[in-house]
Design a protein around this ligand. Structure first.
Ligand code: SF4
Length: 234
């Protein structure tokens, strides 16, 4: 019997309220132009969402390539240069996603909003997917999203327009000053936005106790663990 490789990432070398829209939204016809370009993709894989409100849910991830944010602690630096990754047709990306039983698609990066996500999200919705994005917010929002995770980065701040549209705010804590950064963005969110603090992985041992104490004193925040790193899935 052939080994089950459905859990393995498909990398480019082998061929990441006020919500926008809803799962039943019908895309406009002009999003289906045959001239529609593809998107640079670093990898795509079926796994469990490890972060934020939807942690633990089965999800198809598409990690678009390209990022100009430049986080010093970035753990997906291979995504930064989009030219190193293949441009794949949207039809192919949706067909691959549809091969899994889950109907939650998470578009991540890199910084996915460096690309026009309209065509991809329209087709994913037609295929029955809820569309989620994880973004730094540093580029203008495109696409139709059921869930927007805004993860603001000091290295290139978000554009203000995305703040009231975010479903959850997820701030990575690398050192103590990041709590002030988190609060400054929390003040920009709509009242229904969920607020998460997440330890930066390499500093987890140091900052996790700080986050626990912070949340105990500021209980509107929640803790986001990178579950996937503990259960060893992509
Ligand atoms: Fe890395 Fe994400 Fe920061 Fe870009 S925004 S540098 S991909 S952590």
């Amino acid at each position: 019997m052939a080994p089950d490789t459905s859990h393995l990432p498909l990398t480019g070398s082998h061929d990441n309220t006020s919500r926008a829209g809803g799962p039943g939204a019908v895309p406009s016809a002009d999003l289906f132009s045959p001239a529609e370009p593809g998107l640079p993709v670093m990898e795509r894989f079926y796994t469990l969402q490890g972060e934020g409100f939807h942690s633990g849910k089965a999800a198809w991830f598409i990690r678009l390539a390209g990022c100009d944010v430049g986080c010093v602690w970035c753990d997906v630096r291979d995504s930064w240069d989009a030219a190193r990754h293949p441009v794949l047709p949207i039809d192919q990306l949706v067909r691959e996603a549809s091969s899994s039983p889950g109907r939650l698609a998470v578009i991540t990066g890199g910084e996915p909003l460096m690309h026009d996500c309209s065509g991809l999200t329209a087709r994913l919705r037609v295929a029955g997917f809820a569309t989620h994005i994880e973004t730094s917010g540093a580029w203008p929002l495109t696409g139709d999203w059921d869930w927007i995770t805004l993860s603001p980065k000091k290295f290139k701040a978000p554009l203000p327009a995305i703040a009231p549209l975010a479903s959850e705010l997820k701030v990575v804590i690398y050192n103590k000053s990041d709590f002030d950064w988190a609060e400054s963005w929390a003040a920009e969110m709509n009242p229904g936005c969920l607020l998460y603090l997440q330890p930066e992985w390499s500093r987890s041992e140091t900052v996790t106790p700080l986050i626990i104490e912070y949340i105990k004193h500021h209980p509107r925040w929640r803790f986001s663990l990178q579950l996937h790193k503990y259960i060893h899935v992509p």
